[in-house]
Design a binder for this molecule. Structure first.
Ligand code: UD1
Length: 426
């Protein structure tokens, strides 16, 4: 299996192009199931998760065509056409690889009157159930049957508009409810909806396809169902988590990097914490510029739904704060068990104590390179960030996690001066 080898210590300098957002792509692809006409998605990131979701919808009868596979160009154009849906079952093997595959539930149910999705098993970052997705479908008139391995949702006479009040904020359940409601008969109100920018991206794409949605970007979404949606062309938003990750990388190395295409309004809470840590952030014509002297001040962070600090940035920020000149307290409120990077950062010399959902990071003078591996995507990125600043060589194993969510990571980082390479083998 490939690994990434980093020799730390080079300050990053130059420009990094930010790719299309993984999490937006993973909800825009199933949106194509809502119409028999072609949906063209531009600026799709080249990521393993996007390929996996493409294969999933192929198995449901959707054709996927990728335009101009030029490897030197960031971003892809994919046209999806769900002319006739031939299967309404999300395969279990793909669900195991990628939890986002549950996002076919709403579109399949709305378009075909039935959907079967595998029951979730455990997952590296906590239990991650799908009860809220199912409750939302029930509120739209679906009948839910929970079997041993699969859940089946059916509706005999089509979905009906309904009132959905989420007890906790869920990105995926909001996306499923929104997609299903676009084709339901009548009006749907979704309260306590997630407000993540990727949901706004989905809503804007659906509106382009003919959906009637108001309240976009707020916690109350109102959807007037239509009888059919049509095809469209939509460009995926830029990835705020990728941008935030490279901002941490620039900061920890005392670098000066422009993140081209970054949308600061989509990660304001991250920018605020970076500034509190002493990192200079400036809006430019093309994105943002991140510069740092390498002296990091401690900051306390609590993860919360958007617009607050995202859980998907907790690990990367922890890596940066491990070199701060003082103690930071991080609290993870979204997922239990999302501190798997802590042990690995400690192997590199970080000083971190975890007590329940809280991690106290006592800044150390330096990190030292080591062979490390993580069990999820953002945790793996935190090790890359630590490796960029560490003395000596860091080997990041299990690179397939990074390939799920960072488009051509080593290429982007070496272009701004990092000593990083991918090697194949064990
Ligand atoms: C999405 C993102 C993920 C991010 C997360 C939180 C995608 C593909 N993934 O995941 O990167 O970390 O939002 O910002 O967009 N929950 C329930 N029941 C449910 C659904 C969720 O209890 O039916 C709980 C979860 O266990 C978790 C919380 O709700 O504690 C939030 O999860 P959710 O927002 O649904 O995350 P995802 O959509 O899976």
């Amino acid at each position: 299996m490939d690994k990434i080898i980093i020799k730390g210590g080079n300050p990053l300098s130059g420009k990094i192009q930010i790719s299309g957002a993984k999490n937006a792509a993973l909800t825009l692809i199933p949106a194509a199931l809502l119409t028999e006409e072609p949906l063209t998605l531009r600026n799709l990131p080249r990521l393993a998760d996007v390929d996996t979701f493409g294969h999933l919808v192929n198995q449901l009868g959707v054709s996927t065509e990728i335009e101009g596979k030029r490897p030197e160009v960031f971003g892809r154009v994919m046209t999806l056409k769900a002319g006739r849906i031939t299967s309404t079952e999300a395969p279990a093997d793909i669900n195991r690889k990628m939890r986002a595959s549950v996002l076919v539930l709403g579109p399949l149910l709305a378009r075909c009157g039935e959907a079967r999705v595998p029951l979730p098993g455990g997952c590296e970052i906590g239990a991650r159930p799908i009860d809220l997705h199912l409750k939302a479908m029930e509120a739209l008139g679906a009948e839910i049957n929970i079997g041993q391995r699969f859940v089946t949702a059916t509706t005999k006479s089509g979905l009906k508009g309904g009132h959905i009040v989420f007890p906790i904020v869920s990105v995926g359940a909001t996306e499923n409810a929104l997609m299903a409601a676009t084709l339901a008969d009548g009006e749907t109100i979704i309260e306590n909806a997630a407000q993540e920018p990727e949901i706004t991206d989905l809503a804007q794409c659906l509106i382009g396809m003919g959906a009637k949605i108001s309240g976009v970007g707020t916690s109350t979404l109102i959807i007037k169902g239509v009888t059919r949606l049509h095809g469209d062309t939509y460009s995926v938003m830029s990835d705020r988590i990728e941008a935030g990750s490279y901002a941490c990388a620039a900061a920890i190395t005392g670098g000066d990097v422009e993140l081209v295409g970054a949308l600061p309004e989509t990660f304001g809470a991250v920018i605020e914490k970076l500034e509190a840590a002493g990192v200079a952030i400036e809006t430019t014509e093309n994105g943002i510029r991140v510069s740092s002297t390498g002296r990091i001040s401690p900051v306390d962070i609590e993860t919360q739904p958007f617009p607050d600090f995202p859980t998907d940035m907790q690990a990367q920020m922890m890596a940066m704060l491990s070199l701060a000149n003082g103690s930071s307290v991080l609290t993870e409120t979204i997922f239990e068990n999302r501190y798997m990077h802590v042990g690995e950062l400690e192997r590199m010399g970080a000083n971190i104590q975890v007590a329940g959902r809280t991690a106290t990071v006592r800044g150390v003078k330096e990190l030292t390179g080591a062979p490390v591996m993580a069990t999820d995507l953002r945790a793996s990125m935190s090790l890359v960030i630590a490796g960029l600043a560490a003395k000596g060589e860091t080997q990041v194993l299990r690179v397939h996690h990074l390939d799920r969510g960072y488009e051509r990571l080593e290429e982007k980082l070496s272009a701004v001066g990092a000593d990083i390479e991918r090697v194949s083998g064990d």
